[in-house]
Design a binder for this molecule. Structure first.
Ligand SMILES: *Cc1c(COP(=O)(O)O)cnc(C)c1O
Length: 376
């Protein structure tokens, strides 16, 4: 079976994890600080706070904003559910923004419209607290435009950069544009620690609060234990941090392998019935996944296509989720088809193709042949 993705793990990783296990210090040690410093340097920010997973990173980034019931966070409509769930878990309300069909990322024009409308009334204006764009499948959302809109109303931007470690826009890394950047190290992301995540920020005040919140509220700077907040246990273990550090050292190699395979997909599928994603000027994507769109008339047959490809030994899946149309958000807020026309289209037409460092050209050729020969 040609898998959707396979994590890149080698002897260096095994040795790094083994070395930690042999010391017996499994949490809150030097490996965590090492990994945080290396990652902060890579992203080009002052601080990085490692946590237990990407969802925890998002949760803490919103927790530090002290959202109150009735507050609103503007968020992309097309993402993994964690992105919107954390808003609900902080007692706030997501206002979903439709995406662009060509990049799957938050449409800055739709964001601008929503902001103009909400800011026109003082009652709703005081409720709007943050903008939460996602860098879909490793390509950055248009943070030039999104950042400008947010700045106009003095709103913080929290980047869901779960899939975008190493991606950049205008040479500036994902995770360094917003007040906070949130990364995941789940096995489907570029580098993995099993479960794991990290928050990046340039604010020392925020970093201190994030460190307290991930560790039961313990003051990270006090010599004698003191608890300054009601916190969580969102800590990353030492062996995860060692694995992350070891993986981070080969991020460029992993990117290069993925970039080459994506270029190959683009060349081999150029004149196929599939629509390939756009890379607008200035973007250097991290290629967490290669997601294409089926012809509109083939969308109703996607489940059959995925089953047929599986029978041919090729694993594929849909892109990601239309969050407002999942049962929870649909029933709570009454969303319906047509409220997010671009997300409706990309949700029903998307297909994720196999992409990982060790995917061979022969395997990729098989994927391409199966798609080109498919009786569309
Ligand atoms: C993976 C992912 C998350 C959640 O990360 P976990 O580490 O699985 O909790 C959040 N947002 C997006 C866009 C993701 O792809």
């Amino acid at each position: 079976m040609i898998r959707i993705t396979v994590p890149s793990l080698d002897e260096t990783d095994f040795a790094a994890v083994r070395a930690v296990l042999e010391t017996g210090q499994l949490v809150q040690g030097a490996r965590l600080r090492d990994f945080e410093q290396a990652l902060a340097q890579r992203v080009g920010v002052e601080h990085a706070v490692a946590v237990s997973n990407g969802t925890a990173a998002l949760h803490l980034s919103l927790a530090v904003l002290d959202l109150r019931p009735g507050d609103v966070v503007l968020v992309t409509a097309y993402s993994w559910l964690a992105t919107a769930n954390v808003i609900e878990l902080c007692g706030a309300r997501p206002v979903f923004i439709d995406v662009r069909r060509d990049t799957f990322n938050m449409d800055p024009e739709r964001l601008d419209e929503a902001l103009r409308e909400m800011m026109a009334s003082r009652e709703t204006a005081r409720r709007v607290r943050a903008v939460l764009p996602v860098h879909a499948f490793g390509q950055m959302a248009d943070l030039r435009a999104i950042g400008a809109s947010a700045r106009r109303y003095d709103l913080p931007v929290i980047e869901d950069a779960a899939c975008a470690l190493g991606a950049s826009l205008d040479g500036r890394a994902a995770g360094s544009w917003g007040l906070c950047g949130c990364f995941s190290f789940h096995p489907r992301k570029a580098i993995t620690t099993g479960e794991g995540g990290i928050v990046t920020t340039n604010s020392a005040t925020l970093a201190r609060r994030l460190r307290a919140l991930r560790n039961h509220g313990l003051d990270p700077d006090s010599a004698t234990p003191d608890f300054i907040l009601a916190g969580f246990n969102y800590r990353m273990t030492e062996f995860q941090a060692a694995l992350g550090r070891s993986q981070l050292a080969r991020l460029d190699r992993l990117h290069a392998a993925r970039r080459r395979l994506v270029e190959r997909y683009r060349a081999l599928l150029a004149d196929s019935p599939l629509t390939l994603p756009a890379v607008p000027p200035g973007h250097a994507p991290a290629h967490q996944a290669f997601v294409v769109l089926l012809p509109p008339e083939a969308a109703p047959r996607r489940t059959q296509l995925i089953a047929d490809l599986k029978a041919a030994g090729i694993e594929t899946t849909l892109g990601t989720w239309h969050m407002p149309r999942t049962t929870y958000f649909r029933t709570k807020y009454g969303y319906k088809e047509g409220d997010f026309p671009a997300t409706d289209a990309v949700f029903t037409r998307s297909l994720t193709l196999p992409l990982y460092e060790t995917l061979t050209d022969e395997e990729q050729d098989r994927v391409v042949r199966a798609l080109r020969d498919y009786p569309w």
